[in-house]
Write a protein that binds this ligand. Sequence first.
Ligand SMILES: C[S@@+](CC[C@H](N)C(=O)[O-])C[C@H]1O[C@@H](n2cnc3c(N)ncnc32)[C@H](O)[C@@H]1O
Length: 226
Amino acid sequence: MIQLQSIKDIYKKKIPYKYDLMQKHMAGLKEKAVNGSVIKERDTVLVFCCGTGMEFSPLEERLGEGGKIIGVDFSEKMLEMAEKKIDQNNWQNIDLIYADVTQFDYSLHMKTKADAGICNLGFSIIPKYKDAFYNLTSSVRDGGEVIIGDMQLAQGPMAMFNPISIFLSRSFGGTFEGHKNTTNLYNLMKQELENTRKEEYMFKSYFIAYGKKASLFLNQTHFDKL
Ligand SMILES: C[S@@+](CC[C@H](N)C(=O)[O-])C[C@H]1O[C@@H](n2cnc3c(N)ncnc32)[C@H](O)[C@@H]1O
Protein backbone atom coordinates (compact mmCIF):
# COMPACT_ATOMS: atom_id res chain seq x y z
CA MET A 1 0.00 0.00 0.00
CA ILE A 2 1.35 3.49 -0.83
CA GLN A 3 1.50 5.54 2.37
CA LEU A 4 0.97 9.29 2.21
CA GLN A 5 3.47 9.89 5.01
CA SER A 6 6.24 7.92 3.30
CA ILE A 7 5.75 9.99 0.13
CA LYS A 8 5.96 13.18 2.21
CA ASP A 9 9.14 11.90 3.85
CA ILE A 10 10.79 11.14 0.48
CA TYR A 11 10.28 14.71 -0.73
CA LYS A 12 11.23 16.27 2.61
CA LYS A 13 14.79 15.01 2.84
CA LYS A 14 17.57 14.54 0.30
CA ILE A 15 15.61 14.10 -2.94
CA PRO A 16 14.77 17.79 -3.52
CA TYR A 17 18.44 18.81 -3.77
CA LYS A 18 19.35 16.15 -6.33
CA TYR A 19 15.95 15.73 -7.99
CA ASP A 20 16.68 17.54 -11.27
CA LEU A 21 19.92 15.62 -11.73
CA MET A 22 18.24 12.28 -11.00
CA GLN A 23 15.42 13.14 -13.41
CA LYS A 24 17.56 14.55 -16.21
CA HIS A 25 16.82 11.54 -18.44
CA MET A 26 13.08 12.19 -18.03
CA ALA A 27 13.17 15.90 -18.90
CA GLY A 28 12.33 15.15 -22.55
CA LEU A 29 9.11 13.39 -21.53
CA LYS A 30 7.93 16.41 -19.53
CA GLU A 31 8.68 18.55 -22.57
CA LYS A 32 6.78 16.11 -24.82
CA ALA A 33 3.73 16.35 -22.53
CA VAL A 34 3.62 20.10 -23.10
CA ASN A 35 4.53 19.96 -26.79
CA GLY A 36 1.82 17.39 -27.51
CA SER A 37 -0.86 19.46 -25.80
CA VAL A 38 -3.08 22.19 -27.20
CA ILE A 39 -1.83 24.68 -24.59
CA LYS A 40 -1.34 28.01 -26.33
CA GLU A 41 0.07 31.48 -25.77
CA ARG A 42 -1.52 33.39 -22.86
CA ASP A 43 -3.23 30.32 -21.36
CA THR A 44 -3.35 29.65 -17.63
CA VAL A 45 -1.98 26.22 -16.70
CA LEU A 46 -2.39 24.48 -13.38
CA VAL A 47 0.51 22.12 -12.59
CA PHE A 48 -0.28 19.51 -9.94
CA CYS A 49 2.72 17.99 -8.11
CA CYS A 50 4.98 20.56 -9.76
CA GLY A 51 7.95 19.62 -7.56
CA THR A 52 11.06 21.56 -8.62
CA GLY A 53 9.23 22.85 -11.69
CA MET A 54 10.75 20.72 -14.42
CA GLU A 55 7.69 21.44 -16.58
CA PHE A 56 8.02 25.20 -16.21
CA SER A 57 10.57 25.77 -18.95
CA PRO A 58 8.62 24.10 -21.81
CA LEU A 59 5.44 25.69 -20.48
CA GLU A 60 7.03 29.16 -20.44
CA GLU A 61 8.07 28.69 -24.06
CA ARG A 62 4.53 27.76 -25.05
CA LEU A 63 2.70 30.37 -22.94
CA GLY A 64 4.92 33.40 -23.33
CA GLU A 65 4.92 36.24 -20.83
CA GLY A 66 1.17 36.72 -21.16
CA GLY A 67 0.41 33.23 -19.86
CA LYS A 68 0.24 32.03 -16.28
CA ILE A 69 1.44 28.94 -14.43
CA ILE A 70 0.12 27.84 -11.05
CA GLY A 71 2.23 25.12 -9.47
CA VAL A 72 0.92 23.06 -6.55
CA ASP A 73 2.92 20.72 -4.32
CA PHE A 74 2.97 19.59 -0.69
CA SER A 75 6.75 19.50 -0.30
CA GLU A 76 8.18 22.76 0.97
CA LYS A 77 11.68 21.70 -0.11
CA MET A 78 10.60 20.86 -3.67
CA LEU A 79 8.81 24.22 -3.84
CA GLU A 80 11.98 25.95 -2.57
CA MET A 81 13.87 24.42 -5.50
CA ALA A 82 11.09 25.56 -7.86
CA GLU A 83 11.32 29.09 -6.43
CA LYS A 84 15.07 29.12 -7.11
CA LYS A 85 14.47 28.06 -10.70
CA ILE A 86 11.87 30.81 -11.10
CA ASP A 87 14.29 33.43 -9.76
CA GLN A 88 17.20 32.20 -11.89
CA ASN A 89 15.07 32.40 -15.03
CA ASN A 90 13.38 35.62 -14.00
CA TRP A 91 9.95 34.12 -14.73
CA GLN A 92 7.31 36.61 -13.57
CA ASN A 93 4.14 34.65 -14.26
CA ILE A 94 4.36 31.66 -11.91
CA ASP A 95 2.54 31.27 -8.59
CA LEU A 96 3.42 28.41 -6.28
CA ILE A 97 0.88 26.96 -3.87
CA TYR A 98 1.73 24.72 -0.96
CA ALA A 99 -1.16 22.25 -0.82
CA ASP A 100 -2.13 18.59 -0.95
CA VAL A 101 -3.63 18.05 -4.41
CA THR A 102 -6.11 15.52 -3.01
CA GLN A 103 -7.65 18.38 -1.04
CA PHE A 104 -7.14 21.18 -3.54
CA ASP A 105 -10.08 23.49 -4.08
CA TYR A 106 -9.31 25.81 -6.99
CA SER A 107 -11.87 28.38 -5.88
CA LEU A 108 -9.70 29.18 -2.84
CA HIS A 109 -6.67 29.99 -4.98
CA MET A 110 -7.80 30.97 -8.47
CA LYS A 111 -10.17 33.64 -9.75
CA THR A 112 -11.12 31.60 -12.81
CA LYS A 113 -10.60 28.01 -13.90
CA ALA A 114 -7.41 27.08 -15.78
CA ASP A 115 -7.23 26.46 -19.53
CA ALA A 116 -5.27 23.29 -18.86
CA GLY A 117 -4.24 21.08 -15.97
CA ILE A 118 -1.10 18.99 -16.08
CA CYS A 119 0.48 16.46 -13.74
CA ASN A 120 3.69 14.58 -14.43
CA LEU A 121 4.85 11.77 -12.14
CA GLY A 122 2.32 12.61 -9.46
CA PHE A 123 -0.67 10.29 -9.67
CA SER A 124 1.34 7.07 -9.39
CA ILE A 125 2.51 8.07 -5.91
CA ILE A 126 -0.79 9.46 -4.63
CA PRO A 127 -2.86 6.93 -2.67
CA LYS A 128 -6.06 8.94 -3.27
CA TYR A 129 -5.30 9.49 -6.96
CA LYS A 130 -8.98 9.66 -7.91
CA ASP A 131 -9.48 12.66 -5.61
CA ALA A 132 -6.46 14.35 -7.18
CA PHE A 133 -7.83 13.64 -10.67
CA TYR A 134 -11.21 15.03 -9.69
CA ASN A 135 -9.60 18.18 -8.25
CA LEU A 136 -7.37 18.71 -11.29
CA THR A 137 -10.20 18.27 -13.76
CA SER A 138 -12.58 20.41 -11.71
CA SER A 139 -10.05 23.25 -11.84
CA VAL A 140 -10.01 23.25 -15.65
CA ARG A 141 -12.63 25.14 -17.67
CA ASP A 142 -15.06 23.26 -19.88
CA GLY A 143 -13.30 22.47 -23.15
CA GLY A 144 -9.88 22.81 -21.48
CA GLU A 145 -7.26 20.09 -21.49
CA VAL A 146 -6.06 17.61 -18.87
CA ILE A 147 -2.58 16.18 -19.42
CA ILE A 148 -1.12 13.35 -17.39
CA GLY A 149 2.35 11.87 -17.75
CA ASP A 150 3.31 8.99 -15.48
CA MET A 151 4.65 5.51 -14.94
CA GLN A 152 2.32 2.60 -15.70
CA LEU A 153 2.30 -1.19 -15.91
CA ALA A 154 3.34 -2.10 -19.45
CA GLN A 155 1.04 -4.60 -21.17
CA GLY A 156 1.94 -7.37 -23.62
CA PRO A 157 5.54 -8.50 -24.18
CA MET A 158 6.92 -5.33 -22.53
CA ALA A 159 5.32 -6.40 -19.23
CA MET A 160 8.49 -8.34 -18.51
CA PHE A 161 10.20 -5.00 -17.82
CA ASN A 162 7.63 -3.95 -15.18
CA PRO A 163 9.68 -5.19 -12.20
CA ILE A 164 12.65 -3.12 -13.44
CA SER A 165 10.65 0.07 -13.90
CA ILE A 166 9.01 -0.35 -10.49
CA PHE A 167 12.41 -0.95 -8.91
CA LEU A 168 13.92 2.15 -10.56
CA SER A 169 11.05 4.35 -9.46
CA ARG A 170 11.26 3.25 -5.82
CA SER A 171 13.41 6.19 -4.69
CA PHE A 172 10.68 8.56 -5.95
CA GLY A 173 7.90 6.65 -4.20
CA GLY A 174 7.11 4.23 -7.04
CA THR A 175 5.33 0.95 -6.24
CA PHE A 176 3.51 -1.83 -8.07
CA GLU A 177 0.23 -0.48 -6.71
CA GLY A 178 1.00 3.03 -7.96
CA HIS A 179 1.83 1.74 -11.45
CA LYS A 180 -1.44 -0.17 -11.40
CA ASN A 181 -3.37 2.92 -10.26
CA THR A 182 -2.30 4.89 -13.31
CA THR A 183 -3.61 2.14 -15.56
CA ASN A 184 -6.97 2.61 -13.81
CA LEU A 185 -6.53 6.35 -14.06
CA TYR A 186 -6.33 6.19 -17.82
CA ASN A 187 -9.62 4.26 -17.85
CA LEU A 188 -11.08 7.00 -15.69
CA MET A 189 -9.82 9.63 -18.15
CA LYS A 190 -11.48 7.73 -21.02
CA GLN A 191 -14.70 7.58 -19.04
CA GLU A 192 -14.78 11.17 -17.83
CA LEU A 193 -13.04 13.19 -20.55
CA GLU A 194 -13.50 13.61 -24.29
CA ASN A 195 -11.05 12.89 -27.15
CA THR A 196 -8.80 10.95 -24.80
CA ARG A 197 -5.55 9.68 -26.28
CA LYS A 198 -2.41 8.14 -24.90
CA GLU A 199 1.20 7.86 -26.06
CA GLU A 200 3.59 5.31 -24.59
CA TYR A 201 7.34 5.53 -24.04
CA MET A 202 10.21 3.72 -22.32
CA PHE A 203 9.16 0.18 -23.28
CA LYS A 204 5.55 1.19 -22.52
CA SER A 205 6.39 1.84 -18.85
CA TYR A 206 5.56 5.54 -19.24
CA PHE A 207 2.53 7.20 -20.75
CA ILE A 208 1.37 10.66 -21.61
CA ALA A 209 -2.40 10.99 -21.83
CA TYR A 210 -4.50 13.92 -22.99
CA GLY A 211 -8.21 14.54 -22.66
CA LYS A 212 -10.65 17.38 -23.08
CA LYS A 213 -12.77 18.44 -20.12
CA ALA A 214 -16.36 17.89 -21.09
CA SER A 215 -19.07 20.22 -19.87
CA LEU A 216 -20.77 17.16 -18.38
CA PHE A 217 -17.85 16.39 -16.06
CA LEU A 218 -19.36 14.68 -13.07
CA ASN A 219 -19.50 15.69 -9.45
CA GLN A 220 -17.59 14.40 -6.44
CA THR A 221 -20.42 12.12 -5.30
CA HIS A 222 -20.21 10.24 -8.57
CA PHE A 223 -16.43 9.94 -8.15
CA ASP A 224 -16.69 8.59 -4.61
CA LYS A 225 -18.61 5.61 -6.03
CA LEU A 226 -15.94 4.72 -8.62
C1 LIG B 1 8.23 12.66 -8.85
S1 LIG B 1 7.93 14.31 -8.34
C2 LIG B 1 7.31 15.04 -9.83
C3 LIG B 1 7.67 16.49 -9.95
C4 LIG B 1 7.42 17.10 -11.34
N1 LIG B 1 6.03 17.02 -11.73
C5 LIG B 1 8.27 16.41 -12.37
O1 LIG B 1 7.74 15.67 -13.20
O2 LIG B 1 9.48 16.60 -12.31
C6 LIG B 1 6.46 14.10 -7.39
C7 LIG B 1 6.02 15.37 -6.69
O3 LIG B 1 4.68 15.15 -6.24
C8 LIG B 1 4.52 15.77 -4.99
N2 LIG B 1 3.33 15.16 -4.35
C9 LIG B 1 3.11 13.85 -4.12
N3 LIG B 1 1.89 13.68 -3.57
C10 LIG B 1 1.34 14.94 -3.46
C11 LIG B 1 0.10 15.41 -2.97
N4 LIG B 1 -0.84 14.57 -2.49
N5 LIG B 1 -0.13 16.74 -3.01
C12 LIG B 1 0.81 17.60 -3.50
N6 LIG B 1 2.00 17.19 -3.98
C13 LIG B 1 2.26 15.88 -3.96
C14 LIG B 1 5.84 15.52 -4.28
O4 LIG B 1 6.05 16.40 -3.21
C15 LIG B 1 6.83 15.71 -5.42
O5 LIG B 1 7.27 17.03 -5.50
